[in-house]
Each structure stands twice: as C-alpha cells, then as structure tokens.
Design a protein around this ligand. Structure first.
Ligand code: PXP
Length: 260
C-alpha cells in the first residue's frame, strides 16, 4: 500500500491576517513551515471574493513550491478567471470546487454530473497544460462516474458530512463512512486517483486514512486552529503520525482480504 500524502491547506492563516488587514500572519511562511514539518504539498483556495488567499499569495506559493520541488494544489471554482490564473501559474494540481459567495466554507461537492458541459472543456484545457486535475465531489457513485467522463485524473471526496457526524456523535457516521469507502473503491476501479478532505481532525483522520486506496488527504482548518495551541509544525507532525498509524493498522485487514 502506498504512503498516504498530506496536503496542508493554509487558507485560514490568511483568514487571520485579513481579519485585521495586516501583513501577518503570512500564509507563505506557514507553507514553508508546513513543508519543513512533513507536509507533502500545499493546498490553497483562491476564492472569487478573495476572502482569505490573495492573488499575491498564489504568486508567492507557486514560487516556493517550485523552488522546493513540492506540489501546489490550487483549489479553484470553474470560472474563466480562475482558469486563466491556473494556466498562468501552471501549478502541479488544480482541484475544481463548487463556490457560492454566501457559504462559510465549501459546503458539498461539485455537481460534475449536472455541469458536465461546462466542466469537461475546462478540465481538458487544464490537463492539456500539464496540470493534474481533480474534482471535489460528494461520495456519490454517479458523481464518481461523471468525474471520470469529464476527464479528471483525480477525485477528492468531501469528508465534511462524515466528520461533522462524528463530532456530533450522530448515528449517520457509519453510513457516511461506508459511502466514502464505496466511492473510493469505485473510483479506484475506474482508474482514478482518490483524495479526501474537509473537516478532518485528529479523531476523524483515523477512519479516513485507513481507507486503503486513498492517496492523499488535504487538511487545513483544524491544523491552523491547533497551531494556536501547540504550533503548526507539531500539529502537522501529530496528524502525519495518526495517518501513518491508521495505515499501519489497516494492513492486517488488507492481508486478510488478499488471502480470501
Ligand atoms: N479539500 C478541499 C477541496 C477544500 O475545499 C478544503 C477547504 O478549503 C479542504 C480540503 C480542507 O478542509 P478543512 O480546512 O476543513 O480541513
């Protein structure tokens, strides 16, 4: 089983900076620290309303990721403006996300099935430019199939509903985890690389990281919050250790499957 990569989303360092209109804390410095602490890559979402990450942040993040040979995962709405920015920077990866101005965060996945005619041409142009494109979708088999036919190489499964159900101790958590596992297995069967993210904390990372076909988790808000108490580097190192532990513990289960 391959190692599960950790992409650290540094958007909310910019949220804190923008709350006072100052130049600090600097998300680019956070990205440098995250990479030094064991993050495999950096994720940043340039929202249409620029509420956290700015264009200048993306310029600087592209430079430091390239300099360090680490991937930048550019989260973007499917708009002409964002496509132009992605094509200008040529990040390692672009993750297509839905965006509604009034939402607090990305609430739910992209409707790739309903938006095929708009999404597929954008995917085609980004892929032709050498960018690895993912679609951020709910754990829904129809959206997995639609992502494949839209031409993305990767899907990122939205873990927000599952993580919230765990935090609220709701009876829905088991069903939502089963959906994540089924969507992961189906995407893997279709030849798509599978990532996951949104709302993950030290508790929810364990069942998610144990899904064997997953290749990458993208985690932000919880890590930036935890950094207030223990520092960004230690928070990332703890998350990394929990991911590795969950993977190691899922190995016997996999071996049993192989014996059947
Ligand atoms: N993956 C995607 C596609 C996202 O949009 C986000 C939030 O920006 C994340 C992962 C990270 O979510 P969180 O900040 O809740 O960890």
């Amino acid at each position: 089983m391959s190692k599960l990569r950790l992409g650290v989303n540094i958007d909310h360092v910019a949220t804190v900076r923008n709350a006072r209109g100052e130049g600090y804390p600097d998300p680019v410095r956070a990205a440098e620290m995250a990479l030094a602490a064991g993050a495999d890559g950096i994720t940043a979402h340039l929202r249409e309303d620029r509420r956290h990450i700015s264009d200048a942040d993306i310029d600087a993040l592209a430079v430091i990721c390239r300099r360090r040979g680490r991937p930048l995962n550019f989260e973007m709405a499917v708009t002409a403006e964002m496509e132009t920015i992605a094509l200008a920077h040529l990040p390692h990866a672009a993750c297509l996300v839905p965006e509604r101005r009034e939402e607090v965060t990305t609430e739910g996945g992209l409707n790739v099935m309903g938006g095929h005619n708009i999404i597929a041409p954008v995917v085609g142009r980004l892929v032709a430019a050498g960018i690895r494109v993912s679609a951020f979708i709910d754990a829904d088999l129809a959206q997995v199939a639609a992502s494949k036919s839209a031409g993305v190489q990767v899907i990122e499964l939205h873990t927000g509903a599952f993580c919230q159900a765990v935090r609220e101790r709701s009876g829905e958590a088991d069903r939502l985890l089963r959906n994540l596992k089924a969507a992961t297995a189906e995407a893997h069967r279709l030849g798509l690389e599978v990532h996951a993210g949104h709302g993950i904390d030290y508790e929810t990372v364990k069942p998610v990281a144990a899904i064997p076909e997953l290749m990458e988790l993208n985690i932000g808000h919880f890590l930036i919050g935890e950094a207030i108490f223990i520092g960004l580097g230690p928070a990332i190192q703890r998350m990394r250790a929990l991911m590795d532990e969950a993977r190691a513990n899922s190995l016997p289960e996999l071996a049993q499957v192989g014996q059947k």
